[in-house]
Design a protein around this ligand. Sequence first.
Ligand code: PLP
Length: 349
Amino acid sequence: MTDLDKLVRPNIREFLSCTNARTEQPTGQFRQIMLDANENPYNKPFNRYPSDSQEELKTQLAKLKGVTDNEIFLSNGSTEAIDMCYRIFCQPRVDNVVAIEPTCGLYRQFAAFNDVEYRPVLLDYDFQLDAIRLLKTCDRHTKLIWLCSPNTPNGNLLDTVEVEKVLKTFNGIVIIDEAYSDFSRQQPFRERLAEFPNMIVLNTFSKAWANAAIRLGVTCAQEAVIDLFNKVKYPYNINQLTQEQAVDALKHRYDIEDWIKILLLERQRMMKAFESLACCEQVYPSNANFFLARMKDAQGVYDYLTEKGIVVHNCFKEPLCDNCLRITIGAKAENAEILGILRYYKPTK
Ligand SMILES: *Cc1c(COP(=O)(O)O)cnc(C)c1O
């Protein structure tokens, strides 16, 4: 890839080169009187700012994710990391980004918020990536390529060989959103950081890790890239409660593995059941905790379900998703309920 320094947005590069990067104050037994940060001495333990290096949590995560502490950046959901990719690398109205289409809507949203041109490239009809076609859309102002695997709303993994082609050929940063990788058996790109200096992998506590409420995103990349994120982030961006709950969740990770197993079995059951529904035309393969179903009349089914108090994701306006609904795998009883209700669906047209 191009020298990392050259990819960084000029104003950020300039600021970082002329200021001392923030460093954390020492903590521990020798520093018990803290009169430096204008905190209130009362209301322990919430009176103090949380750890800004998030060391304990990063150490636990590093072990689990097969990376080092220095290859992890923590954010307020992966959403914050998505926004930061634009802020660190893209100059508004000059640079552009390329992304697969359809995919997670956040990449387009934050391109707009950051005033950066967004270039979607349609996937094949089986939702597969054609690396050459994607790369042809890039020019010298393309800073980022957005990939998501398993992708949403379709749920399948992108072809590894095609993703590797993008990583090896593109001169900028390739972001692989692996929000759903815990539901697939394929080796995640996160475990291949050493091979790709231009790769950023996004993980989250919101899906398989069952902690959407605490808003915690985990970004993995080589140390030089993570360094940039750490310097540009809000101070103390991960609050104390989130850090504590995440450490606690990591202690119960066998629960999470059990939940994943159950969800995968349920996914298989749900997909089979959908295939046999009169109102369903096709079910797409999935490596995630949801699946895409092509219906005969998606709007009709969507309205019917909504009326019964069941909310699914309506994505039939997205490219390649004509008449499609995306259904998240719920608890066993919830899945049984949607299936029961759909068996009574009578098309109106
Ligand atoms: C849910 C989701 C996110 C957002 O994750 P948060 O950590 O909750 O902000 C990002 N990317 C994809 C593909 C997602 O499905």
